[in-house]
Design a protein. Structure first.
Length: 81
């Protein structure tokens, strides 16, 4: 649950940074001080653009139901249930 919470916080921060870069790029373009048009992605690269840095997905995928059952048994032993 903690990992999911942290991932959701990262996603929300990413969305906020995208909004800020969008507004900032429009303000910069409206000022007329730049020869080249500024894109929001020039100011901030969203998480979607950073896929080449590795898979940040925290959801564990299982190839078979038996792998899932084994993983769940390990978790139950680990947490004393």
């Amino acid at each position: 649950m903690l990992e999911a919470f942290v991932e959701e916080e990262k996603r929300q921060d990413d969305m906020q940074n995208q909004r800020v870069s969008w507004f900032t790029s429009h303000l910069m373009n409206a000022s007329g001080n730049y020869k080249k048009r500024i894109q929001p992605t020039d100011l901030y690269k969203p998480m979607d653009y950073r896929e080449e840095q590795g898979n940040s997905n925290i959801v564990k995928r299982f190839e078979s139901p038996s792998q899932k059952e084994e993983y769940l048994k390990q978790l139950m032993m680990k947490f004393g249930k």
